[in-house]
Design a protein around this ligand. Structure first.
Ligand SMILES: O=P(O)(O)O[C@H]1O[C@H](CO)[C@@H](O)[C@H]1O
Ligand SMILES: [Mn+2]
Ligand SMILES: [Mn+2]
Length: 395
């Protein structure tokens, strides 16, 4: 074992430029980080820049460092999707070859009727929509009738919105479990059911942090399973546990926001462990990417950047701090969906002799899984090449 603790922080949706196959997803020319920088020229990310973020791709607001403190590169996605589950699963060594079923015309009547019957409430909405706009459209009707607001997106998701004062949270969660149960198998497989509770008055609705995701189980074993089975720690922060349905995870810390996730990660790094710490910071995606809000996205990046020195300081001589992402979500792009992009990767250790060197353009996100497997000497994933040998520690 070369490193004792590997911390991976996924900045959800922080892509770094369109993938060569982006045209197949309608995303040719998308660039989450690049376009945010063009829209918000005042954005300051000094610590990410010092690690080498601006060395990965030319970014107008993030200068390339002369000698970056981290090894840096970007990774391509080979799975057929640009959603969170597909991205994270590939990061941990799985290639999704059969795309999840999507519902551009809403869910089939038969499925909706079954859901209505089992939950005892009617369904309204049932179409692809932005999660905040759908509340403005149907919130009042929900208040009057007590019906579920059901909507989807370009992802394989069934989202169920319920005002916390109209339908109790517990009932919403129960309904999501029912929805999960009836969409596990053919013909209606849904990647994720998402509980979307909200509060507030018409015209001023606000979603609450009581969101909960009910994913499908990973389509195979991941490197998380392999290192956990070998007795290593696998500690998750944020929605990682949901994304892997707890598979391969030893300890889980759900969070309410990016700041909560960053602070939880910091606290966990202060205590000894041996294995992997895996954090997802979702606000970039859910609060700013999908809302097409480049200013908000830029401030959210700045917030993360401010905590980076503390995260680096807690990364010891035998640790790695890895910062990456799971897909893009260019807030200047048409629509409200994810974008098919490369993800950046920064690998930091205070003694890296060859920091300031590039690990190049990696062919798959799974190179991360291969590297983790290599480090902890467990079975390598079916795809991915380890870059562990490129990371040499001084002394
Ligand atoms: O518009 P909202 O409700 O935020 O939905 C977004 O959140 C879902 C899950 O990440 C995505 O599929 C996207 O549709
Ligand atoms: Mn995501
Ligand atoms: Mn998303």
């Amino acid at each position: 074992m070369k490193f004792e603790r590997i911390s991976v922080i996924v900045l959800d949706s922080v892509g770094i430029g369109a993938l060569p196959d982006a045209h197949e997803f309608g995303d040719e020319g998308s660039h989450t980080l690049g376009h945010i920088g063009e829209h918000v020229p005042g954005m300051k990310l000094p610590n990410l820049a010092a690690l080498g973020l601006g060395n990965i791709a030319p970014l107008s607001t993030i200068p390339a460092a002369e000698s970056p403190l981290a090894c840096y590169g970007k990774m391509a996605e080979v799975s057929v999707g640009k959603d969170t589950m597909t991205g994270h699963w590939e990061l941990m060594g799985l290639k999704v070859e059969v795309p999840f079923q999507v519902y551009p015309d809403g869910f089939p009547a038969e499925l909706i009727e079954k859901f209505e019957q089992l939950t005892g409430r009617k369904v309204i909405g049932n179409k692809p929509a932005s999660g905040t706009e759908i509340l403005d459209e149907y919130g009042e009707e929900q208040l009057r009738t007590g019906a579920w607001i059901v909507y989807t997106s370009a992802d394989s998701v069934m989202q169920i919105a319920a005002h916390e004062d109209v339908i109790p949270l517990e009932e919403l969660y129960r309904a999501c479990e029912i929805a999960r149960e009836i969409t596990l198998n053919d013909p209606y497989v849904v990647g994720r059911i998402i509980a979307r509770p909200y509060i507030g008055e018409p015209g001023a609705y606000a979603r609450t942090p009581n969101r909960h995701d009910y994913a499908l189980e990973p389509i195979g074993e991941t490197v998380l399973d392999h290192i956990k089975d070998k007795g290593y720690d696998v500690i998750s922060v944020g929605k990682i546990n949901d994304i892997f349905t707890g598979q391969g995870i030893k300890e889980s810390h759900p969070t309410k926001s990016n700041l909560d996730g960053i602070k939880t990660t910091i606290e966990l790094l202060k205590r000894p462990f041996n294995g992997m710490l895996f954090t997802n910071l979702v606000d970039f995606d859910s609060l700013y990417g999908h809302r097409r809000d480049p200013e908000g996205y830029a401030s959210c990046l700045e917030e993360f950047d401010q905590y980076l020195p503390e995260l680096m300081q807690l990364t010891g001589d035998k640790d790695l701090l890895i910062i990456t992402a799971d897909h893009g979500n260019d807030p200047t792009w048409p629509g409200t969906d994810h974008t098919r992009e490369y993800v950046p990767i920064l690998i930091y250790n205070p003694l890296l002799a060859n920091s300031s060197s590039s690990i190049g353009i990696r062919e798959t996100f799974a190179d991360l899984a291969a590297t983790i497997a290599h480090n902890f000497e467990v079975a390598a994933p079916n795809i991915g090449k380890s870059f562990l040998e490129l990371l040499n520690v001084k002394g």
